[in-house]
Design a protein around this ligand. Structure first.
Ligand SMILES: Cc1cc2nc3c(=O)[nH]c(=O)nc-3n(C[C@H](O)[C@H](O)[C@H](O)COP(=O)(O)OP(=O)(O)OC[C@H]3O[C@@H](n4cnc5c(N)ncnc54)[C@H](O)[C@@H]3O)c2cc1C
Length: 552
């Protein structure tokens, strides 16, 4: 029960756009002592997605697309932890701290659900293991460094096939995000090839934009189809290969497989399509729409409650012109602001006010200082649209210092070039899941071995390459492992292991495999000795000095 003598306790799940505008609209009420707002998020910073393409391509320094929440939310409180569960009966939220999982319970009078969205990692085999995502700052930082490392590797690669693989980049999803990334990448790579990577021929660079719909930029299809035509022509001139009506059906370490059967050798698949919703929503008893979003009424409140609100990507908020609001930042902002205003109105005993924001317009950058945009019904193309796009997004950067930092980056880049430091973040190899399609090699005979593998599902065969051709040594299935000899004895792979069906393997890095084998004797014995079991140890082939072990 709410105690009128105490401030109203509002807990906001998530620290994104919705939370920022909620905090702004509740600022006065917090200062008056009427409301106590606690924002819970796993990140102590906000990521500005509007400039992701600029960050990936060195126009903006990586951390300049983030803003510290400690300067965004006050006087609201900030609780930096993972949200674990919500008990709507008890009106509590349980969080666990990131250090060691220690739990805390927060009590609330009002709950704001603003959890945003997550990447859908179930869309095709291999997406989780081999495709890059653009959602979190860490995702984006990884992509940025990966792109530079591809150029470094390509410049010194002597095998033309591998070189082309390194210089082929696939962007999946032809919405605003995918188009901006693909077009900026093409421009960036060509610029770097001309200026800094003299060993790379710009003609070898390929950026493919794969889009399942018949036309790119579906966000503009009903409202501004003319802008799509301009965008299509501009993108084609810029050299990005657009594959519409095409899906990616599998991603592996070495290639992307497309729905028309084309296999594109690449080490860079960047995914900019397909979102899912936080599993936390499943813990709440509120009605959801067909996309899984929490349904709200026109006042942005969850029907059947008087103290639960939802906005942003995770909510189906009625749009004033019909339908529901799209999952873009500006609707999260205005939704958060309306929730704050209505909480205060409810506290003051006034009737709630409906959400009336109907949108300002859209803008999409197309690289090479061109864009398409529309604002309040007016259409813009080319350079004017690009200036509008940049100014519009810059205006919404949520802190003044980041606005200044970004402006500084933009002003300096023409004089000193872009930021092209590829930071190698030392991560241990660890345990990874990898996906392979039928016929693909997991390890190749003669390679230096750096991982051992366990088959999680699917089948494979061990093949010896001999002067007389290939000899299939044996088949492998779920639970079998291979690759130990090269890892433990530091020899080259003695055979190739190739998938004979779609294959999921767990791979364990050399250092980790050795540490485990030394520490857990049964593990060590299993991975070292199983290859000598009869079914994995067929008779030596002619000319073999030592018995064959699976893909050593
Ligand atoms: C690559 C990309 C490009 C985009 N480009 C644009 C663009 O150009 N223009 C545009 O308008 N929109 C763009 N968007 C969409 C825009 O970013 C979202 O619509 C907006 O961020 C939604 O705001 P939100 O408040 O709903 O959620 P978010 O801003 O996503 O915030 C969700 C918050 O919840 C937190 N959270 C979630 N689960 C937990 C948990 N279990 N524990 C703790 N914290 C949790 C997250 O850390 C985060 O702080 C883009 C999105 C992406 C991914």
């Amino acid at each position: 029960m709410t105690d009128p003598a105490k401030p109203l306790r509002v807990v906001c799940l998530g620290g994104g756009w919705t939370a920022i505008y909620l905090a702004r609209s509740l600022r006065k009420a917090i200062k008056r002592g009427d409301v106590e707002l606690t924002i819970v998020s796993r990140d102590n910073f906000h990521t500005f997605h509007g400039f992701i393409a600029e960050m990936l391509t060195g126009k903006v320094s990586p951390t300049n697309i983030t803003s510290p929440v400690r300067r965004l939310f006050p006087p609201a409180r900030f609780h930096n932890a993972e949200i674990k569960s919500v008990d709507v009966e008890q009106r509590t939220v349980t969080t666990s701290r990131l250090l060691d999982g220690k739990e805390q319970v927060l009590e609330y009078d009002h709950l704001v659900v603003a959890l945003g969205s997550i990447d859908d990692l179930s869309r095709y085999p291999g997406i989780a293991q081999h495709a890059f995502q653009l959602k979190t700052f860490a995702d984006n930082f990884r992509v940025r460094n990966h792109l530079l490392s591809m150029l470094e590797l390509a410049e010194i690669e002597t095998d033309p096939v591998e070189r082309q693989r390194l210089l082929t980049f696939i962007v999946v999803g032809g919405g605003f995000g995918g188009v901006e990334v693909a077009t900026e990448l093409m421009d960036y790579f060509r610029r770097l090839a001309r200026k800094e990577y003299s060993g790379i021929d710009p003609a070898d660079l390929r950026v493919l934009l794969v889009h399942s719909g018949e036309r790119i930029l579906p966000e503009l299809a009903t409202r501004q189809p003319k802008l799509i035509g301009y965008a299509e022509r501009t993108i084609a001139k810029g050299g990005v290969e657009v594959l519409t009506g095409t899906r990616i059906t599998a991603a592996t370490r070495d290639e992307a497989i497309l729905s028309d059967g084309t296999v594109v050798p690449t080490r860079s698949i960047i995914s900019s399509s397909g979102t899912a919703l936080s599993p936390l929503l499943d813990l709440m008893p509120y009605e959801r729409d067909a996309r899984g979003r929490v349904i709200t009424d026109e006042n942005v409140r969850v029907p059947g409650t008087d103290n639960v609100w939802a906005a942003g990507d995770c909510a189906a908020v009625p749009h004033p012109q019909g339908g529901t609001c799209p999952a873009v930042a500006i609707y999260g902002m205005y939704g958060g602001r309306q929730i704050g205003r209505n909480i205060v109105r409810q506290l003051e005993g006034k009737p709630l006010k409906p959400f009336t924001f109907a949108g300002l317009g859209d803008a999409c950058s197309l690289g090479r200082r061109k864009a398409v945009s529309h604002l309040k019904g007016l259409r813009f193309y080319g350079l004017p649209a690009w200036i509008l796009w940049r100014l519009f997004f810059w205006w919404f950067v949520p802190t003044r210092e980041r606005k200044a930092d970004i402006l500084f980056d933009w002003l300096m880049a023409p004089f000193f070039g872009r930021d092209i430091v590829g930071v190698r973040v030392a991560t241990p190899f660890g345990l990874r899941r990898e996906h392979y399609e039928t016929g693909q090699a997991v390890v190749r005979q003669g390679e230096v071995g750096q991982q051992i593998y366990v088959i999680a599902s699917g089948s494979a065969e061990i093949v010896r390459e001999t002067p007389d051709g290939e000899v299939v040594v044996t088949g492998l299935g779920a639970g079998d492992h291979f690759g130990e000899k090269a890892v433990f004895e530091e020899t080259r792979r003695t055979a190739t292991v190739r998938a004979t069906s779609p294959l999921e393997v767990l791979s364990l890095g050399q250092a980790e495999a050795r540490a485990l084998a030394e520490t857990i004797q049964t593990f060590g014995a299993a991975v070292r000795e199983l290859p000598n079991e009869p079914e994995h140890n067929p008779a030596p082939l002619p000319g073999d000095a030592a018995p064959v072990t699976p893909a050593g």
